[in-house]
Design a protein around this ligand. Structure first.
Ligand code: KG4
Ligand code: ZN
Length: 363
């Protein structure tokens, strides 16, 4: 079994899955998932209106051993452990990595570092073969920390098309919700209000229309704060609907431009904001009009989770099956895979997926 751990922000998530050593077995992770557990910290951070990094790290310290006990009934079955090592909150990443190292060293099993953004990308494969994306995949990754559009030509070759200049799409939702007096986390609460509102009553600027390589959401937020001052509370649902629509539109414009230019086989919508129903509906309709297969990560795996970490780990295992199948942990040897790999793995709070040295290397 493979144990995967995700603690890069405010969710402590663990996933147990059956290891498949064959090539491209990452596409079969869904059927190999045994069980997942997740401890959400929403209640804790709600009173502060956002994630407090120190509190999040303390919660991970508390939650990890409890969730581990709950999930892992037989430690001898664990043959590898995967953990998010970046990007994310440094303190939170460190807690996850330290825990994973301790488990790996005590059980003498390999430790696989995973990039969180790759996790969001690979989560698109947590569905049936027919529903999975096909390369080249134009991917819109929208979360609380990132907004990026890229083409995945293969599981190892990502080309950036556009990214945000300022706020991430999730931040636009979260900050918008705060302005409207809605509770944290802002995405779900703002979209609920938007569903009750009517479109077309307020106008918002759709930013960066001419620049295909940038998103920008800070202007929208400023526009909302001005409108909030002049609007009665009873019209807040309509305001939320128009604000959400402006976010959706600014994402859509770039996606369509990129489809025309890059001619991908499929389009993948993923990350926490991909849970948004309006975004899913609008993108699906418009993207299918261009004859491109529209794929979205199943809602339960849009926001941070450990199943997506196991898909990446499973991909790495499929690339080098012998390395993992015949893993020997040799104590006190600087050259042994075990000691060497585990000691050299560190957290990378900033870890882009677009540099030439692809992250799937074990360093
Ligand atoms: O992927 P994620 O869990 O964490 C990061 O890696 O950042 O994304 C969290 C973000 C938050 O900004 C949250 O407000 C947003 O995803 N989100 C949503 C919805 N559900 C979560 N935004 C819009 N509509 C939703 N239904
Ligand atoms: Zn995330």
């Amino acid at each position: 079994m493979l144990l995967s751990i995700e603690t890069s922000c405010d969710e402590t998530a663990l996933c147990l899955s059956k290891i498949d050593y064959s090539a491209n077995s990452y596409k079969k992770t869904l059927e190999n998932i045994n069980e997942e557990v997740i401890a959400s910290q929403i209640k804790l951070h709600k009173i502060y209106g956002g994630v407090v990094p120190e509190l999040a790290a303390r919660e991970h310290t508390k939650n990890l051993p409890l969730l581990f006990e709950q999930l892992v009934k037989d430690k001898s079955k664990l043959k590898a452990i995967a953990v998010t090592t970046g990007p994310g909150l440094k303190g939170c990443l460190l807690i996850g990595l330290s825990f994973a190292k301790a488990v790996a060293q005590s059980l003498k099993i390999p430790l696989i570092p995973v990039n969180h953004l790759e996790g969001h990308f690979f989560s698109g494969f947590l569905q049936t073969k027919e529903e999975q994306p096909e390369y080249p995949i134009l991917t819109l990754l929208v979360s609380g920390g990132h907004t990026m559009l890229f083409v995945a030509k293969s599981p190892q070759d990502f080309e950036l098309i556009a990214k945000t200049r300022d706020d991430a799409a999730g931040e636009a939702f979260d900050k918008g919700a705060t302005l409207l007096g809605l509770p944290y986390p802002g995405g779900p609460s703002l979209s609920k209000r938007a569903e009750l509102g009517q479109l077309g009553k307020f106008e918002f600027p759709v930013s960066m229309q001419k620049d295909d390589s940038s998103f920008s959401f800070s202007g929208l937020k400023t526009a909302l704060s001005r409108k909030v001052e002049k609007t009665d509370k009873q019209d807040y649902n309509d305001l939320a609907a128009s604000y959400q629509e402006a976010i959706v539109k600014s994402l859509l414009i770039k996606c369509i431009a990129a489809i025309k230019k890059n001619k991908p086989k499929s389009f993948l919508l993923t990350g926490g904001v991909a849970a948004n129903q309006r975004l899913r509906d609008v993108l699906k309709e418009k993207i299918e009009e261009h004859g491109v297969k529209f794929v979205v990560t199943p809602r339960k795996w849009c926001t941070d989770n450990a199943a997506m970490i196991s898909v990446v780990a499973q991909y790495k295992i499929g690339l080098e099956p012998q390395r993992y199948e015949s893993f020997k942990y040799l104590d006190n040897s600087a050259n042994s895979i075990g000691v060497d790999v585990e000691n050299s793995i560190t957290v990378k709070p900033r870890w882009p997926i677009f540099n030439s040295a692809f992250n799937l290397a074990l360093d």
